[in-house]
Design a binder for this molecule. Sequence first.
Ligand SMILES: [Fe+2]
Ligand SMILES: [Fe+2]
Length: 275
Amino acid sequence: MTFRIAQISDTHLSDTKPFFVDNFVRVGEALRRSKPDLVINSGDMTLDGSACEGDLAAGRALHDALGLPVRFLPGNHDLGEAQDAPGHHEPPIDAGRHARYLAHFGPDWWSVEVPGWHVLGLNALLLGSDLTAAIQQEAAISAATSGLGARRLALFLHKPLFDRSADEPEITGRFVNPASRRRLLDSLGTVTPALVACGHVHQYRARESAGTRHVWCTSTGFVIPDRLQPRYGLKEVGYVEHDLRPDGTHDSRLVRVPGVPTLNIADFPEAYGPV
Ligand SMILES: [Fe+2]
Ligand SMILES: [Fe+2]
């Protein structure tokens, strides 16, 4: 039987700054009608959980109210930025922020076994960090890939691995940095993931590279204006549905939810300051 994953991302929830909560609630209603086997939020659940614990609690409560099976992956706004990301706005990840995240959202990397597939969720912000947990995550990746057998690998994490190709040298913070990317790909050994699904850019894009389909899930809430961020794909809100079939074939598609507006962060200076 096909395993259906609904990937949501970049929900940016808060109870004190609830600008993007209505969109989330409406997308949640669509998810309840669609009844996926699993919902994955690929990070930035919260508006400012890295600095404000109340946002972590509010974000978790809103997801619990969905009444659906949900797995979480941290984003930079939930946990702090990757230590090797340049010039970031969020504070870098440290042991305290990491523990606080885990207390609210549970494991920051995990595996789900489904017929024909191993779904591996990773903490993108640990990549390139000096935390002990980074070593533990790397060991978990190696264990998952060495025990894969004939199954295919679907990888979920907050940040895209790259824009066009795995060997691009730019250090941006928008993508996993080159050294961390190399280390992650090395820890996969000889395994080529069939699917790498991410969030973070607030755009939808699906693109093939070296045998892997890279799918970027857009935000449920808002997009970022062109003067601040190039157009890589579609700047529209929604969620992504992934079908994983036991024979290893798979499909992904953007789902637009009627009545859910594509908000622009430039119209919400109270969220992160004027842009
Ligand atoms: Fe985001
Ligand atoms: Fe992000």
